[in-house]
Design a protein around this ligand. Structure first.
Ligand code: S3P
Length: 182
């Protein structure tokens, strides 16, 4: 049902670093038998550089320009699942593109769990500071009101990824078929 209602639209995963956009997005794609694409990965491919190197050598504004262009292009290729980088949905033009070409799912996650997860992997330029905890809190304060504009919100918590995928599927079913009891 979800696939047929989706048409050529894209399901877009939104949320902060560590929310599970890529992991959950990839599993959701398997579940719905849809292709999966990761925006950061595509930006890296287009630039021939890692995200952290783009930030370091060209600055954040340059990264954001590339990110905006890449996401606009990717949104033409639905149906699919697209995981965006944490800052992408903050861009007004990207938000507009996502609204017109897709359905957005915000993976909402607590500060504590985000920090547990991001500590496991280096390479996030925004958190390369003396106080990543404070930066993360600041990002939560600034971004959560905007992420809240997403079509659907799924709470990412410390349970199996499969559980979150189930929640996302349920949310999508209710979105497409609100009269049914899901
Ligand atoms: C960013 C999140 C990163 C990446 C870049 C900036 C952000 O992606 O795009 O480091 O502004 O939150 P993930 O959310 O996939 O870590």
């Amino acid at each position: 049902m979800i696939r047929s209602k989706l048409g050529s639209d894209t399901i877009v995963m939104v949320g902060l670093m560590g929310a599970g956009k890529t992991t959950v997005g990839r599993r959701l794609a398997q579940r719905l038998n849809l292709p999966f694409v990761d925006a950061d990965h595509e930006v890296e491919r287009a630039a021939g550089m890692l995200v952290s190197d783009i930030f370091e050598q060209h600055g954040e504004a340059h990264f954001r320009d590339g990110e905006r262009r890449v996401i606009a292009r990717l949104l033409e290729s639905g149906p699919q699942i697209l995981a965006t980088g944490g800052g992408a949905y903050m861009d007004e033009e990207t938000r507009r593109n996502i609204t017109s070409k897709g359905i957005s799912i915000w993976l909402k996650c607590s500060h504590k769990l985000l920090m547990t997860r991001v500590r496991k992997r280096d390479g996030r330029p925004l958190l390369k500071t003396d106080n990543p905890d404070a930066i993360m809190q600041d990002l939560i304060d600034k971004r959560y009101p905007v992420y809240g504009q997403a079509d659907l919100t799924v709470v990412s918590r410390d349970v199996t990824h499969n559980t979150i995928v189930n929640d996302a599927v349920r949310a999508l079913r209710s979105y497409f078929d609100p009269d049914q009891d899901h």
